[in-house]
Design a protein around this ligand. Sequence first.
Ligand code: FAD
Ligand code: FES
Length: 265
Amino acid sequence: MCNNHLKPRPYRLLSIKKESFTECTFRLECDHTPVIGQFYEVSLPRVGEMPISISGIGSGWLDMTIRAVGHVSTAVHTLKPGDNIFLRGPYGNGFPMAEMEGKHIIIAAGGCGVSPIRPIIEHFYNHPEKITAMDLLFGFKDPSLVLFNQDIDRWKEKFNTIITVDQSCSTWEGKNVGLITEYVKQVKIPDFQNMEVIIVGPPIMMKFTAQEFIKHGVASERIIVSMERRMSCGVGKCGHCKVGDKYVCLDGPVFRYDQAQLLID
Ligand SMILES: Cc1cc2nc3c(=O)[nH]c(=O)nc-3n(C[C@H](O)[C@H](O)[C@H](O)COP(=O)(O)OP(=O)(O)OC[C@H]3O[C@@H](n4cnc5c(N)ncnc54)[C@H](O)[C@@H]3O)c2cc1C
Ligand code: FES
């Protein structure tokens, strides 16, 4: 039998959770075990296809957190539990989970960038003995766009967690206001050798946050980023995601910053 990995297959939606004004988490019935940080090409017949990261992995299910921004993503937001959504993948390399073990992990994520790193945090939340410490630094545009509120409350029990919003308002219960880069100095880094910094968010946020960590003594090869590019095939054939000699869909989307800084605009 031909197992065509480019053919989209239907998966049943188990539940849909509203995270913010524009984002929902879609839980699909799926027994894949992707590497954390990989992505799928998600499609609806006669609508189109888009790359989406995995925001949660469990026994018999996968989560994807999708922002309604355009044609396909808005159509996905009209689905109901029980409907089918189509996937091909998983594609890409994923995060180097084994290399993180025994180290101090610092995660800085902005906006939708919290989605692909959520499974890393869950993994070490469930296995805190595998790392020496974890610091979480999250930035969102405004309080209405904070994702995974309940998860963040739980993560705070085990990990030093800083959340900031670019613009505050009367509903903001947190104490931090301002760009994520302003809070890098609040993260104490005891051992520059035995650490990994993971930065995921819009390209400009990744660039300036990485520069801030480098200013504080972190080597660029200790920094890991995950990149988003316009994609089509997802498997290194069409060239849509090619930057320089790298295919983001195939060589990435996860890169060490010493490689990625040449690819970030
Ligand atoms: C590896 C990877 C992982 C991703 N993971 C997620 C995720 O977990 N959750 C999520 O909500 N989104 C994610 N995205 C972004 C998502 O793929 C796009 O938002 C999606 O393609 C929009 O499709 P659409 O048909 O709804 O929008 P379109 O109608 O195609 O476009 C709507 C608007 O978004 C812009 N746009 C589309 N794609 C991109 C892109 N890749 N980068 C910047 N601008 C874009 C367009 O220029 C346009 O302005 C990921 C992208 C990549 C490459
Ligand atoms: S999306 Fe086609 S080569 Fe990367």
